[in-house]
Design a protein around this ligand. Structure first.
Ligand code: HEM
Length: 421
């Protein structure tokens, strides 16, 4: 752990943009100029530890190529150095990207996991959740209105909406939402490289707490099975022997963490962008049919998951670049989404951008986000309901970004719900 920090630290001092992307606090506020620099330096930039890219075609080609696997791939746990470069894994609790997480396994295991959960997240299943999501949004907005006119969009709304939806989907008690969100802060840190020791300890502690809660929840579901995804997974484990206990925990932890840790950023980033661009908000009010595309434009320009990585299984080529077996390529999703070769004038927020949906904010290939339809629906319902209810919503002070680098979102965003009288 210290080794990675020191190695990257030296490169950062030498001005290496890839190290700055990993370590620089300024990166959290505005990583985008750094991506542009990286893109200008080459399609693939080797910093001696990992390869990096912010090019859209190469990112997509690697994500879709069978010659690349996820970190943690077929040989089980990755070499310690790579593991620490990508996640603060270790032998402690299950992080959302530690094996046997879906995100850390390649086919055929990965295919087996996906099969068990795909149906619950299909477009049809998500469409059936829409009206319930609208109800949850309305309840949260009522509560904000009653307490108004000051509010924090993240704490009072953007975090609670997806946390409530996923808690209901997983049969978890709704009172646990705030506790999940608290543990989720630590879980989110575990995705970053170069953590301080205190951050590393916090992430291990929170993940351990989340895991113990999950184990107790399984015990409860074994006695009282319900009509929810986790009960179905417990049945796949106990009744059909299709999952090991470790796999069951891992899938459940990922569904929970992914369910509330990312969509909060989509909604928060959307509020940030739309309040900063009143012309775009006015356009959506006049032509609400553009809302779905607007959500994709938010995902593109301010991606909630900024990067991922893949390891080459063999010497190979992707989009014309040769990559040697064993190399880890860090894919800057947030940078690929601003590649001018695909998105003209990429730094402009344009809710009618025709190809906004070509972003890789949900990744691509076999690990394409399982929750993409759910996240899009929650983003659209959440943003629309907020601005319909409070048309005069305005920022009431500077928002603060979360300190995480893989996940990009706001920690707080103070607003006024109605004009001062
Ligand atoms: C995978 C982004 C919401 C569940 C992924 C990946 C990305 C992503 C980038 C793939 C990472 C990689 O290829 O290495 C997002 C964003 C979201 C979001 C930006 C919100 C705006 C959700 C929600 C769920 C979810 C609501 C629901 C539980 C998952 C799961 C995977 C995944 C289970 C692993 C899929 C696999 O490995 O096969 N997500 N996600 N995500 N996401 Fe999402």
């Amino acid at each position: 752990h210290g080794f990675i920090r020191r190695a990257l630290g030296k490169r950062r001092q030498a001005g290496d943009v890839t190290a700055r992307l990993m370590l620089d606090p300024g990166f959290v506020a505005d990583p985008f100029p750094h991506y542009a620099t990286l893109r200008a330096q080459g399609r693939v930039v080797d910093n001696g530890i990992v390869l990096n890219t912010a090019h859209h075609d190469l990112t997509t080609a690697i994500l879709r190529s069978p010659d690349f696997g996820v970190v943690g791939g077929p040989s089980g746990r990755p070499p310690a150095m790579l593991r620490l470069a990508v996640a603060a894994g270790g032998d402690g609790p299950h992080g959302p990207v530690d094996p046997p997480s879906m995100l850390a396994t390649d086919p055929p295991d990965h295919t087996r996991y996906r099969k068990l959960v795909t149906r619950a997240f299909s477009a049809k299943a998500v469409a059936a959740l829409r009206s319930r999501t609208e109800e949850i949004a309305a309840e949260l907005l009522d509560r904000m209105a009653a307490r108004g006119p000051a509010a924090d969009v993240i704490e009072d709304y953007a975090s609670l909406l997806p946390a409530t939806v996923i808690a209901e989907m997983l049969g978890a008690p709704v009172e646990m939402r705030r506790q999940f969100l608290h543990w989720g802060e630590g879980a989110a840190l575990s995705l970053d490289a170069g953590l301080t020791y205190a951050q590393f300890r916090r992430s291990e502690r929170d993940l351990a707490a989340l895991q113990s809660w999950m184990e107790a929840h399984f015990a409860h579901l074994r006695r009282n099975p319900g009509d929810n995804i986790l009960s179905a997974l417990v049945h796949a484990r106990d009744g059909e022997g299709r999952l090991s206990e470790d796999e069951l925990i891992s899938i459940a932890m990922l569904l929970l963490a992914a369910g509330f840790e990312t969509t909060v950023n989509l909604i928060g980033n959307g509020v940030g962008l739309l309040t900063a661009h009143p012309d775009q908000l006015a356009l959506l009010r006049a032509q609400p049919q553009h809302w779905a595309r607007a959500v994709d434009e938010v995902l593109r320009i301010d991606s909630p998951v900024q990067r991922t990585g893949r390891i080459a299984h063999r010497d190979t080529e992707a989009a014309g670049e040769r990559i040697r077996a064993g190399r880890l390529v860090v894919l800057m999703l947030g940078g690929a989404n601003r590649d001018p070769a695909v998105f003209p004038d990429p730094d402009r927020f344009d809710v009618t951008r025709p190809n906004a949906g070509e972003h890789v904010a949900f990744s691509s290939g076999p690990h394409f986000c399982l929750g993409a339809a759910l996240a899009r629906m929650e983003g659209e319902v959440g943003l629309r309901a907020l601005f319909d209810r409070f048309p005069d919503l305005t920022p009431a002070g500077p928002p603060r970004r979360r300190p995480t680098r893989v996940l990009r979102g706001y920690a707080t965003m103070p607003v006024r719900l109605s004009p001062a009288t």
